[in-house]
Write a new protein. Structure first.
Length: 273
């Protein structure tokens, strides 16, 4: 009985931001495939998307890859039309993508960068949610899982201002959807990671200042003592899509190694003053 509660076998899902050059979406796509989920995966990065599709094929998974810029309404319409053809129904939508053009103080953020971040990080999620709701509502069931961030719950500083604002918007979007549609059989939740060792973060580690000055500060705020791996998000994403989470709706679930639990002045050891 307990195993059945967590089973996703035979379910269907659309996962955006699933390209192999990314992190979280790629890991969740592979994890869902291993759990028996039939997939439509999407990403703006076509080579990365093709790479994920090849990995899924090697697993014997039923998966279709659709290039998509979620900030473009026509691309989103095309994605979900493809999902209609290939899946027939959509049990779960996982919203993953984000953009973070550059880190500058808030007063130096350009309007173009601000608008780009909101177009992808917020409007893109909205467009996908709007499309999937029109398909879930007639069935009276479904799951929406948004990837939020610890940055949406507490301030990071160091040039994260517009990114944090977009993630805060995603968290409130999650709550509002949970309230609006919970009684109609559609649950909406969010996963809130801390710093994940994605290819993007790997690039930052090539910068000596980031590696030597910022990374130690990041690790001080992770009581678990390490950065997250993309695979750390897979189990929670499976859980939220399963019957085991049937009464969980509107949750902002930290997957952050204890980051949000830790006081800014706290330390991980009683031996440390």
């Amino acid at each position: 009985m307990s195993g059945a509660l967590f089973s996703l076998a035979g379910q269907t899902a659309v996962i955006t931001g699933a390209g192999a050059n990314g992190g979280i979406g790629h890991a969740i796509a592979l994890g869902y495939a291993r759990a028996g989920v039939h997939l439509v995966i999407a990403d703006i990065d076509e080579p990365g998307l093709a790479g994920t599709e090849q990995e899924l094929a090697a697993l014997g998974a039923a998966a279709v890859a659709i290039p998509c810029d979620i900030a473009r309404a026509e691309d989103v319409d095309h994605l979900f039309a493809a999902a209609d053809r290939h899946l027939g129904r959509i049990d779960t939508l996982v919203n993953v993508p984000f953009t973070f053009p550059r880190r500058v103080p808030p007063h130096e953020v350009t309007l173009a960068d601000w608008e780009k971040m909101f177009a992808v990080n917020v409007t893109g999620y909205f467009l996908c949610i709007r499309a999937v709701l029109s398909r879930m509502l007639p069935r009276g069931r479904g799951n929406i899982i948004n990837i939020g961030s610890n940055a949406g719950e507490s301030a990071l500083g160091r040039g994260a201002f517009p990114y944090s604002c977009t993630k805060g918007a995603i968290h409130q979007m999650t709550r509002e959807l949970a309230v609006e549609y919970g009684a109609r059989g559609i649950r909406t939740n969010a996963l809130l990671p801390a710093q994940v060792l994605t290819p993007g973060l790997q690039q930052h580690l090539a910068d000596p200042h980031f590696r030597d000055a910022i990374m130690p500060r990041i690790l001080m705020g992770l009581p678990m003592g390490r950065l997250l791996a993309p695979e750390d998000l897979v189990g929670p994403a499976i859980f939220l899509a399963s019957d085991a989470a049937g009464a969980i709706n509107g949750a902002l679930l930290p997957v952050d190694g204890g980051n949000l639990a830790m006081n800014a002045g706290g330390t991980a050891s009683a031996a440390t003053p």
